[in-house]
Design a binder for this molecule. Structure first.
Ligand SMILES: Cc1ncc(C[n+]2csc(CCOP(=O)(O)OP(=O)(O)O)c2C)c(N)n1
Ligand SMILES: [Mg+2]
Length: 318
């Protein structure tokens, strides 16, 4: 394992964790309002995935997209300002937590609609193919999206037209409070992808290196051989579905059990065991991350509100 690369992966996971812990704190202070879905516990998926994707590739995510956006390189300040609803936010404060967007980094959302990103990703992949470009689209979505018609429609067309898209299902076992077995007769999601005519595999979504290896070979296979691929990342969210969820559908013991597989803590242990990380390295990294998050909050605090006359600017109907 390359030391610098490993440090980079750890730093990215720490950035996401601290960004979201701070967002939760700011939510309870009333600085951030509306919906807020935290990715805490799932960081290894976004962080493992991004090194496999270049600037020519595109990303589509869900409403639980803070981690993907940070790992893709959207500035933390622009994301925090978006959570505040400020005009300096990445979506000019119009979108909030669920609608991070940055076309310059080919980050095409952030979607509030479950499975809504799949047809968008499929369309982006169709554009890549029609325009003769080599980009691959990585589409992230949850286990709940498997229920939707858009899931079948998108997978079918992507396979039929051999489009360069990698579908990454972040299976965290729950769609709000509903487990897969309560809404699907077939709980092996890979079989659903294979039934649509594409290769599918599963990966331990709590292991950042395993995710990176899986994404690298999946993205490369898609780029060179053409046609979509499917990856199921098995993961778990440590926090509630959103800020308003009493979590009556799972036990504290289950959550504690998964926390023992915390992607950050387990990676830390691994790096220490292999003498790739010292306490001083970690302290320095934590201080850098803390500084970045503090600066992001300061940026959001100081950022302007959109002028009242702009409120109806992007509204289509009177
Ligand atoms: C089409 C649609 N139906 C219902 C909802 C309400 N809803 C919001 S999140 C969610 C659960 C989705 O779970 P999953 O896809 O597993 O993603 P996770 O929240 O676990 O990341 C539902 C049903 C919605 N946003 N869109
Ligand atoms: Mg889920």
């Amino acid at each position: 394992m390359d030391r610098d690369h490993a440090h980079g992966l750890l730093r990215e996971m720490l950035r996401i964790r601290r960004f979201e812990e701070k967002a939760a704190e700011l939510y309870s202070l009333g600085k951030i309002r509306g919906f807020l879905h935290l990715y805490i516990g799932e960081e290894a998926v976004a962080v493992g995935a991004m090194p496999a994707l270049g600037p020519e590739d595109a990303i589509v995510s869900t409403y639980r997209e803070h981690g993907h956006a940070l790992a893709r390189g959207l500035p933390a300040g622009a994301l925090m300002a978006e959570l505040y609803g400020k005009a300096s936010g990445c979506s000019r404060g119009h979108g909030g937590s669920m609608h991070f967007f940055d076309v310059s980094r080919r980050f095409y959302g952030g979607y509030a609609i479950v499975a809504g990103g799949l047809p968008i990703a499929t369309g982006l992949a169709l554009a890549e193919k029609m325009q003769g470009r080599a980009g691959v689209v990585a589409c992230f979505f949850g286990d709940g999206a498997v229920d939707e018609g858009e899931f079948s429609e998108s997978l079918n067309l992507a396979a039929l037209w051999k489009l360069p898209v990698v579908f990454v299902c972040e299976n965290n076992l729950y769609a709000m409070g509903t487990t897969l077995a309560r809404h699907q007769a077939q709980t092996d999601i890979r079989l659903k992808a294979e039934a649509h005519g594409m290769p599918a595999e599963a990966v331990d979504g709590m292991d950042v290196l395993a995710v990176e290896a899986a994404l690298r070979h999946t993205v490369e296979a898609t780029r060179s051989a053409g046609g979509p691929r499917f990856l199921e990342a098995r993961t778990y969210r440590f926090r509630a579905h959103s800020m308003a969820d009493p979590e009556l559908y799972r036990t504290k013991e289950e959550v504690e059990q998964w926390k023992r597989r915390d992607p950050i803590a387990t990676f830390l242990t691994r790096l220490r065991e292999q003498a790739l990380l010292t306490d001083a390295d970690l302290a320095a990294m934590a201080a850098t991350v803390e500084g970045e998050i503090e600066a992001a909050v300061a940026f959001a605090e100081a950022a302007p509100w959109e002028p009242a006359e702009d409120l109806t600017k992007d509204v289509y109907t009177p």
